[in-house]
Write a protein that binds this ligand. Sequence first.
Ligand code: ADP
Ligand code: MG
Length: 267
Amino acid sequence: MTRIYAIANQKGGVGKTTTCVNLSASLVATGKRVLLVDLDPQGNATMGSGIDKNALEKSIYHVLTRRATIDECLLFSESGKYHVLPGNGDLTAAEVEMLSLDNRERLLQQALQSVRDRFDYILIDCPPSLNMLTINALAACDSVIITMQCEYYALEGLSALANTINQIQQVLNPALKIEGLLRTMWDPRNSLTNDVSAQLTQHFGDRVYRTCIPRNVRLAEAPSFGQPVLAFDRQSKGAIAYLALAGEILRRNEPNAKLPDIVSQEK
Ligand code: ADP
Ligand code: MG
């Protein structure tokens, strides 16, 4: 069964792209077939996967505006060993052009239908806003992974996102749910981090992943080499944390399956 997750938060700089790239690579390391969909005009997930966003012949822009099929646009990340539906600044134009198309909220959902069966996991990297691109991601996915930094304003933004998810669920995607909340750039020495984290658990219970992604410089360095951290520094705390997250996700989805060694040894 294919699982499609949107990695979302309308706040920028909360680890969405880092999670999308590194969770993709970690799921691949467990033997899963993965597609990363870059829905952010910044194209950071594309670049972070080792694909030059400025040299794309066709991209997700062409898919969303019905100028190309998804198969014409799929690329393979050599560093991450997953497929990529790449994106770049053209997505800004797509957002506007989509408004005049029929079924504009479902363009991504429709496009993914034809490739869905080829993958175990499809991860969609959302832009830092609640716009038509994000609505397409929320309509196309099974569930949402919310990344967040445990800081003062984090919870405030979260209720706006939860409301949007509710609305999309009512109008476009009845089965939509929050898959999990991931604490990123985790720094347990900061007492605010612990306060916010406690509130988060109070609100969302076991939907908060047990795995926290620590602040780790290797995670910040890897994108400039076009690599997931697993390819860049397998021993780093960041690589180990994202493998642990992949393990936690597999355990939730397949509670009776034996976990691959690469994740069962983590944590
Ligand atoms: P978003 O996609 O939500 O805007 P990013 O994943 O691009 O956020 O992260 C924002 C910045 O923080 C990037 O420069 C990224 O390299 C860095 N970063 C993300 N997660 C970590 C982490 N766990 N440790 C250190 N730096 C991180
Ligand atoms: Mg991003």
